[in-house]
Design a protein around this ligand. Structure first.
Ligand code: NAD
Length: 533
């Protein structure tokens, strides 16, 4: 592989902000710079202006193969995989500090690349060092196990890393999701190859450089930007890969799952969602409306736990809808330059995503549903700051309703845009039935002032995550993952750490030599009652 000649920093004055974008982004295999990828170059767009902001070089097939070789060789060398837990913990703790220092810069870069409001990203990326610190602490506090085996036996269980693991990330939370996966995988001692989304590779590549500074040895963390159907596919089919960890759409999850199954690789898949939010009549209505808007419109609805099916008790439906429309109008009034700290919501990531939101509104109208508010692509200057909304993929926050909403297309399909639908329910059983009427089972929320009801209903929802009077709370210690078509396996916490390890059971006979001779000779010609197994 050819190392790039220089690391040129260009100051990019975009959208009134100064963001340092490098001119040489490309595959990262360790060290202090990127290598020059020999595959098809990847143009990177800003969805708020539909303009190219940089180009990233991607690896050729030969470079992908040599990265896999390097990752395997590095794993086998033991430089990281057999280093002490304490030394890995120290490196991860240092990486947490370096990342914290860089969060403001990375948040602006991610805002430029994803179009998400910078306020959101400052808050989201500000949490990321916690994931590295948490897994650094896991390494210092995890204890081994001695099994209660029968007889004069000492049986202890060690956990070892898996080997080379591949992680595939989506576009919507580019750094958050990658760091959620990288932290436990590195803590466990694996060699990690990450493929960011082709749409949003920049901040993860910057993270790679920080990893080197923190002391991660070359070849332990590699980042290969590129398309899923080329770079992603060539990584996941390699039989040396011991685990694949994907966050992406359900269809992608099925395709990669079949490959992982064929190769007997471990598999974690964090896939699509269609989160229900149940609002009971005894909830604090304004808090519920605020919570629904946060759930539905943060990241322009492009989150896997986006609250998209709002299920409201019929006795409060009219009041809820009036308050919801008022709040949605205020969000729309404050949409502008995503880099403006006052901006409330950004554009969609791409033209296909914009078309999907436009298409679902059209098909909902054809199904007889009502557009309560929004429903259109935005044009003209922003009322907030004059930003040209028509120049990007901005779509109005949109609320649909109607008698036929349950079971309609917008009820069933993941849209991944700021389009939600609202339906009514009569009693608790009806609310649970409607909430569970879906192929997905990732996030769900319940708004109620009755604690017992909150816990009772939470227990009956087919969702891996249930928030009561809240939404989208996430923590390095808290399991994250879906039921049904939303995936398999869990991120975060000890479950994630263990999923990046495998157990080794070491069993030693501790009986004296005399006792062993007397009791353990299976083929003894005089004694038949000898232990077996
Ligand atoms: P996507 O499925 O299009 O792509 C995800 C990643 O998979 C990308 O890096 C892509 O290049 C790669 N990929 C695609 N096909 C591949 C293949 N055949 N082999 C290897 N790699 C391949 O998803 P997206 O549009 O980037 O992200 C949105 C989806 O992600 C939504 O469905 C959303 O719900 C889901 N998501 C889930 C969670 C969760 O925690 N469950 C979190 C965020 C996003």
């Amino acid at each position: 592989m050819i190392p790039s000649k220089s690391l040129k920093i260009m100051a990019s004055r975009m959208l009134g902000s100064k963001i340092a974008l490098r001119s040489d982004y490309g595959p990262f295999i360790g060290g202090a710079k990127f290598i020059k990828g020999e595959g098809t170059p990847l143009p990177v767009e800003s969805p708020s202006t539909c303009s190219n902001i940089t180009t990233v070089s991607t690896p050729s097939s030969a470079q992908i193969a040599s990265t896999l070789d390097l990752a395997q060789l590095t794993f086998d060398s033991g430089v990281w995989s057999r280093s002490s837990a304490l030394s890995r913990s120290k490196v991860l703790a240092k990486l947490a500090v370096l990342l914290e220092e860089k969060v403001p810069e990375l948040a602006e870069m991610e805002s430029l690349n994803t179009g998400r409001a910078v306020r959101e990203l400052k808050a989201q990326l500000g949490r990321l060092p916690d994931w590295l610190s948490y897994f650094a602490a896991v390494l210092r506090t995890t204890e081994g196990t001695v099994m209660p085996t029968e007889g004069e036996i000492l049986n202890y269980v060690k956990r070892q890393p898996l080997g080379v693991v591949v992680q595939i990330a989506p576009f919507n939370h580019p750094l958050l999701i990658a760091v959620k996966k990288i932290a436990p995988a590195l803590a466990a001692g694996n060699s990690v190859i990450v493929k960011p989304s082709e749409l949003t590779p920049l901040t993860l590549l910057e993270f790679g450089l920080l990893a080197t500074k923190a002391g991660i040895p070359d070849g332990v963390l590699c980042i290969l930007p590129g398309e899923g159907r080329t770079v992603g596919k060539e990584l996941v089919v390699d039989r040396r890969v011991k685990k694949i960890d994907l966050t992406g759409g359900t269809e992608t999850g099925r395709v990669i799952g079949a490959i992982a199954g064929g190769n007997l690789a471990s598999y974690t898949a964090e896939l699509g969602g269609k989160a229900p939010i149940i609002v009971f009549e005894d909830s604090d209505l304004q808090n519920a409306v605020n919570g629904v808007c946060f759930a539905s419109f943060v990241a322009s609805g492009q989150t896997c736990v986006s609250g998209t099916r709002i299920i409201v008790q019929d006795s409060i439906y009219d009041e809820f809808m009036a308050k919801l429309k008022e709040k949605v109008a205020s969000i729309e009034r404050r949409m502008g330059d995503p880099l403006n700290p006052l901006s409330s919501m950004g554009p969609l990531i791409s033209r296909p995503q914009l078309s999907k939101s436009e298409g679902i509104v059209a098909s909902s109208l054809a199904e007889g549903l009502t557009v309560e508010c929004g429903g259109k692509r935005m044009n003209g200057p922003s009322p907030l700051d004059g930003f040209d909304l028509g120049g990007g993929y901005f779509f109005q926050p949109t609320v649909l309703s109607g008698d036929g909403v349950v079971g309609s297309k917008v009820w069933k399909e993941e849209i991944f845009g700021p389009v939600i639908c609202v339906s009514k329910f009569s009693d608790e059983a009806d609310a649970i039935k409607k909430a569970n009427d879906c192929d997905f089972g990732l996030g769900a929320a319940i708004w109620t002032s009755n604690g017992a009801r909150g816990h009772r209903v939470a227990g009956l929802l087919d969702s891996g995550l249930v928030w009561i009077n809240s939404h989208h709370r996430n923590d390095p210690s808290s399991p994250w993952g879906g039921m049904k078509d939303s995936g398999i396996g869990r991120e975060n916490g000890m479950e994630a750490y263990r999923s990046y390890t495998q157990s080794k059971s070491v069993i030693m006979n501790v009986a004296s030599e005399e006792k062993t001779r007397a009791n353990d000779d299976w083929f003894s010609d005089s004694k038949l009652d000898v232990r077996y197994g």
